[in-house]
Design a protein around this ligand. Sequence first.
Ligand SMILES: Nc1nc2c(c(=O)[nH]1)N[C@H]1C(S)=C(S)[C@@H](COP(=O)(O)O)O[C@H]1N2
Ligand SMILES: [Mo]
Length: 371
Amino acid sequence: MASLGQPGLIVRQKHPLNLEFPFATLSGYLTPVDQFYVRNHFPTPAVDPEAFRLSLTGSVRRPLALGMADLRALPQAAFTAVMECAGNGRVFYEPAREGLQWQNGAVGNARWSGVPLSVLLDEAGVDAGACEVVLIGADRGRVDDGKKTASPGPIAFARSLPLDKARSPDVLIAHAMNGEPLTAEHGAPLRAVVAGWYGMAWIKWLTEIRVVDRPFTGYWQTRDYFRWDRGLGEPVLVPLTRMEVKSQIAQPVAGARLRCGAPVTVTGAAWSGEADIVAVDVSVEGAEPLDWRPARITPADGPHGWVLWEFTWTPTVPGPATLRCRARDATGATQPDRQQPDRESYGANWIIPVEVTVVPVDAASLDDFVI
Ligand SMILES: Nc1nc2c(c(=O)[nH]1)N[C@H]1C(S)=C(S)[C@@H](COP(=O)(O)O)O[C@H]1N2
Ligand SMILES: [Mo]
């Protein structure tokens, strides 16, 4: 197959900038920064790394105002973590849902470096009555979503973490991505890394951290990025948090034509919010019951990274075929067969069939587009 060179990113929206990683180009464990999806709600703010101070205020004994040099002098940590936008895969919902029509590329896996949020919380001394930590970005704008919630003026992008997550080693105040200082698109000079949780919690252009003694009810906490929870009987809206278990096929792509009798490597990635991936299964047939076979997994390089997987398949029958993949995590959670009614337009982790065509070898030899 001809090389596509630098395939770049798919523009989902120009203002504000929203870019999707073409997941079919997945080729390495870490997603390069210039291939990493971008999800913005407002124009990218300019934060001057010299003048800027990260403030930590609220229910703390010693409020902090830290410059970049102060942050670099504190203990550092680094890990690989997958970040998936809660809207990844929205295009597969039926009927169509409002919102950016992400296919399967609003996800990436990078190495993040910075100061654990727990270090800052310890420095500041959290009050006994505190319950959450609100992370606030420097970007702001008016929200008018037609749901009677138009904001009276510009509001900042903000989300909260419960104290136990905020204090866990999963959360970094990061200044670098894949060993390079954060780029403007990815939140320079500082962003939150909230390993295990959907991207909306990973606040970019982080300028303010506020410890609060009652649950935060900001717009992106309560009016967006939620799901229905029926655990208490009557369904209630709860903020999205942990990523659902998920696997995706990178190659072959939907519509691919495959040579009959020639082995093809089915490849992809899999991840889950706060548990390891223990298995990825692949099925290559359309007929039920599906014959699921284990894929080979390249383990993650730590608790938060995705796993890459592959499965070798030699098609033997010309005609249409359906590829599916399904991951299972250490809690036993696996991907559902169908879309989940309680997830509004988020958390799309059900099994997405990829339809391909197997062509006889003689026909294949005449066709450049066959892989
Ligand atoms: N300040 C701020 N932080 C933000 C956002 C934003 O619009 N503003 N978008 C969030 C969402 S929904 C996602 S999925 C991730 C995307 O991060 P990326 O653009 O670096 O991929 O950032 C999150 N952090
Ligand atoms: Mo997102």
